[in-house]
Design a protein. Sequence first.
Length: 275
Amino acid sequence: MNEKSIKVNGVNMRWLEKGTGPTVVFIHGIPTTPDLWRHVIPEITNKRRIAWEMVGYGASVEEGRNRNISVGNQAAWLASWLEALKLDKVTLVGHDLGGGVAQIIAALMPEKVQGLVLVNSISYDSWPIPRVKAVRALGTVAERLPNTAIRIIMQAFMQEGHVNKQNAEESLEKYWKHYEHLNAAEAFMRQMRFLDVKDTLAISGKLPDIKIPTRIVWGAADNFQPVKYGNRLARDLRAPIDRIEGGKHFVPVDFPKHVARAVEEVLKEQVFARQ
């Protein structure tokens, strides 16, 4: 994967990129980074695969300082980045918060999107999850926690969201490297502070109007985003759902072939629609 960056409207945006062909843009969530897609991208060939980094996350943490890094604003930044790169009619693949970003763009800027894959995505009133609300309520107290404590909290989050310890530990190392030399508590509190359910509620009524090839992929044992929301998205978007029994939250790492298959199905459906 090639690491790239560009400044758009004063905001430095970073992404990882590989290949050529139809463009697929992958959007991660909290507390992950573009490395979330590390096992999915190799499963997809003959495509331009781009893993975009949300502003204020991962290697872009400092870019989020003194900015409102809400899901709604992430969608606006992604849209401006697509314009800067002259990317039209892309396929969006979103996990967790990234799924919310993808929904907003598909609902409000349909001219930019020709396919959609949502993986254990936030939606409707499914978020912020209770534990995030509890940590956020601590305010400045939480911001003073040492990095050792934040790492332990993140480790527990990874272990609960993955199907096995090995994947959880691998993910922890991939994501934590961006925070270990920062005030991690401050960075994570900033991310949580701007989580606002209004961002998805505002477009939930527009979801049935989205008429592009779509797939839903969901770990049915997800304690963070219950599968009932995946079922609701499938109904509103008239999309098949790949319900992974025993799968938890971080499906792109634990079940990459399922996500890759959904992407390939959406791309094939686009070709049939043009014929």
